[in-house]
Design a binder for this molecule. Structure first.
Ligand code: ARG
Ligand code: ZN
Length: 429
C-alpha cells in the first residue's frame, strides 16, 4: 500500500509541482458559480479585463448569482486570473485542463493520421476543405445537387447554398438550413455536411429522408460566416462574430445572429462593437445576413421550414427570442419541438430542452429565426447541438457522429410534421 502511494506520488510529481507553482502550460476552461453580487462583479471584470473568452453566458451582462459560468482562460492569463479568484474566495472547477490538446485534435486531419478510422464526416474541416467538398458534392450528384451563389462575405468569400432537389413537382415546398453563423461552433458546419451526405446516401433507402425529399427541396448553407470560421482555424479558436471592420471602433466583428431585422438591437443585444453580441450599425448591415435575408425574401413562398444550427447547450428553440410574447402558432411549434426532443431521448438517450428562445435562454433580438418567422416562414427553429459544457465548443471529433445523428432525427421529425401540416392546410384552406 505504502509502495503504491509512493509510486503514485512519483508518477504525478511533475503535475503536483506544476500546480503548486500555478504555471499552466495549457489553456483551460474553468467552471465558476458566483455566490454573491460581489463575486458576480469580480467575474464580469475578469472576463472583460483579461485575455479570456466567455463561453457561457454569451455576454458578461448575463452573469448572475448561482448560475454556472464557463470561462476560457489562455495559459498566459491563468496565473493572474486564478490569483484574482482566490483573493476573492471564488472557487472554481476545471472543466478542461488541456484545451490546446483538444484544439490540436480537432484540427488534425484524418488523412495525416493513418491509424484514424473515422470518415470524412466524422472530422472537422477547414474552410478550404469545405469549399472543395461543395464542389465535389455537386459534381458527383449532378441530378440532385445544385450550388447557388447567394452573395459574399465581408472579406469577399463566396456564400454557397446547396440545393437538394429530386423532382420538379409544381408548387414544390422547401426547407432551409444554415450552419456556422457563429464561427467557434464547429459542430454546426459539420452538421450541414452530415445532413447533405445522409440525404444523398439514404434517398430511396430511408423512408423518412425519401418522404422529405419527395415533398421538399432543401437549401443548405454550410457556413454562413466563412470569414469568422476561417479565423477560428488560423488565429483565434474562440472567435464568434464575423470579421467586419467598424467605423466607430477598433473592435472587429458583428454578431450575425443579432443583425437581422427583428426588434433589432433592443435588450439582449449591444450597440457596443467590442461586445460579443454587437448588433451592427443597422439591420442587415452585414453582407452575410443581407445575403441570407435576400435569398429568403425571394423564396418565401416556397420555404416553409427555417432552421439555424448552433452549439452548445442542447436546445430546440423557436420564436420568439426578441420578445417574451408568444408566437401566433406557439402551440404547434411547442408540440413539434417536444416530439423532436422525445425522438432524441428515445433513440439516443439524450436530453434536449425546448421552448421559445426568450423563455428558454434569454432575450436575443435580431436573430435569423425570428426574422424568418416574421417574414412568414411559420415553422422556424434554432437548434443548439451538443454538448452541455463538458467540452463546449471543443467537442472532440469522436463525438461528431452522435451529435449529428441526434440532431438529424430532430430535423426529420419536424420536417415530416411540416409536410403533414402544410398538406392538411392545403386541402382545407
Ligand atoms: N445562442 C444563440 C445566440 O445567442 C441562439 C439564440 C436563439 N435564437 C435567437 N434568435 N436569438 O445567438
Ligand atoms: Zn451560436
Amino acid at each position: 500500500m505504502k509502495a503504491l502511494l509512493i509510486l503514485f506520488v512519483l508518477m504525478n510529481l511533475d503535475k503536483l509541482l506544476k500546480t503548486g507553482r500555478c504555471t499552466e502550460t495549457q489553456d483551460q476552461i474553468l467552471s465558476i458559480t458566483p455566490k454573491t453580487q460581489e463575486q458576480v462583479d469580480i467575474l464580469k471584470n475578469v472576463s472583460t479585463q483579461y485575455e479570456t473568452a466567455l463561453w457561457q453566458p454569451v455576454s458578461p451582462q448575463y452573469i448572475k448569482e448561482e448560475t454556472e459560468v464557463h470561462l476560457y482562460v489562455p495559459a498566459n492569463s491563468s496565473e493572474i486570473v486564478k490569483d484574482l479568484l482566490q483573493k476573492h474566495a471564488i472557487t472554481h472547477g476545471v472543466l478542461l485542463a488541456n484545451a490546446n490538446e483538444l484544439i490540436e485534435m480537432q484540427t488534425r486531419n484524418g488523412s495525416t493520421d493513418p491509424r484514424s478510422s473515422s470518415t470524412f464526416y466524422e472530422r472537422y474541416h477547414s474552410l478550404d476543405d469545405i469549399y472543395h467538398w461543395i464542389n465535389r458534392t455537386q459534381q458527383e450528384n449532378p441530378n440532385m445537387v445544385k450550388t447557388i451563389l447567394i452573395g459574399s462575405s465581408y472579406e469577399k468569400r463566396p456564400l454557397y447554398v446547396l440545393k437538394l432537389s429530386i423532382n420538379n413537382r409544381p408548387n414544390k415546398k422547401a426547407m432551409w438550413i444554415d450552419c456556422g453563423i457563429h464561427a467557434r461552433e464547429w459542430i454546426s458546419p459539420a452538421f450541414c455536411l452530415w445532413f447533405v451526405q445522409n440525404s444523398l446516401s439514404f434517398y430511396k433507402l430511408n423512408q423518412d429522408i425519401t418522404r422529405i425529399l419527395d415533398n421538399m427541396d432543401v437549401y443548405i448553407l454550410p457556413v454562413m460566416n466563412p470569414d469568422g470560421y476561417h479565423y477560428t482555424w488560423t488565429t483565434n479558436r474562440m472567435w464568434r462574430k464575423n470579421r467586419s471592420v467598424s467605423k466607430s471602433s477598433n473592435c472587429i466583428g458583428v454578431d450575425l445572429n443579432r443583425n437581422f431585422d427583428a426588434n433589432w438591437c433592443t435588450e439582449g443585444a449591444s450597440d457596443e462593437p467590442c461586445t460579443e453580441i454587437y448588433c451592427g450599425a443597422f439591420p442587415e448591415s452585414e453582407p452575410e445576413s443581407q445575403a441570407v435575408a435576400n435569398f429568403l425574401r425571394s423564396h418565401k413562398d416556397s420555404v416553409q421550414f427555417y432552421l439555424s444550427i448552433h452549439s452548445y447547450s442542447q436546445m430546440l428553440l423557436f420564436p420568439y427570442s426578441c420578445t417574451l410574447d408568444e408566437a401566433e402558432n406557439h402551440k404547434d411549434l411547442l408540440e413539434m419541438a417536444q416530439e423532436a426532443a422525445q425522438a432524441i431521448r428515445r433513440y439516443y438517450r439524450n436530453t434536449y430542452k425546448y421552448g421559445s428562445g426568450a423563455k428558454t435562454i434569454y432575450l436575443a433580438p435580431g436573430g435569423s429565426d425570428d426574422w424568418a418567422y416574421n417574414l412568414g416562414i411559420k415553422y422556424s427553429f434554432t437548434f443548439e447541438l451538443q454538448d452541455r459544457g463538458r467540452y463546449g465548443f471543443l467537442l472532440p471529433p469522436s463525438l461528431i457522429s452522435r451529435a449529428c445523428n441526434e440532431a438529424l432525427i430532430a430535423v426529420k421529425t419536424i420536417a415530416l410534421k411540416v409536410i403533414e401540416k402544410t398538406k392538411a392546410s392545403a386541402s382545407h384552406p
